[in-house]
Design a protein around this ligand. Structure first.
Ligand code: RTP
Ligand code: MG
Length: 143
């Protein structure tokens, strides 16, 4: 039988998405799919939060540019809920590199050709139930 468990995922509209006034377009795609927005907050992430959020990438060559970019302006943190939303939002987001993301995806349709700046890819989405639980706790702890 198909597993239709309701999940929650953490979505971030990254600083490029906020700066380019794309919050509404991105949320519209999430809502059009039928996912429910259960929490939403705009904030500027500090280095400590980002170090925890991107713990798997600490030490990689792209880590510092990624953290610098992610703290360069406000981000919108969103908890979305729905059947298979973790996998589903990553499908909506498209490939990590906007120059490779398929048309029809957020990164494919709205992402720009920024050369080497692959971190400017508009959105983040949790990649597993474990990541989602951890990331929702980080961004929405005590709320
Ligand atoms: P995300 O975590 O943001 O949803 O993206 P993702 O799973 O598709 O990509 P991931 O491998 O987790 O990488 C996290 C973010 O780091 C930046 N990145 N830069 N080679 C590079 O310069 C590079 N690789 C990854 C991207 O912003 C990516 O979204
Ligand atoms: Mg990731």
């Amino acid at each position: 039988m198909t597993d239709t468990a309701v999940e929650r995922t953490l979505i971030l509209v990254k600083p490029d998405g906020v700066a380019r006034n794309l919050i509404g377009q991105i949320l519209a795609r999430v809502e059009a799919k039928g996912y429910r927005i259960v929490a939403l907050e705009q904030r500027i992430a500090d280095a400590d939060l980002l170090a925890q959020h991107y713990a798997e990438h600490v030490g990689k060559p792209f880590y510092q540019p990624l953290v610098d970019f992610m703290s360069s302006g406000p981000v919108v943190a969103i908890v979305a809920e729905g059947h298979r939303v973790i996998e589903g939002f990553r499908a909506l987001a498209g490939a990590t590199d906007p120059t490779r993301a398929q048309p029809g995806t957020i990164r494919g349709d709205l992402g720009r050709d920024w050369g080497l700046k692959v971190q400017q890819n508009l959105v983040h989405g949790s990649d597993s139930p474990e990541s989602a639980e951890r990331e929702i706790g980080l961004w929405f702890s005590g709320r």
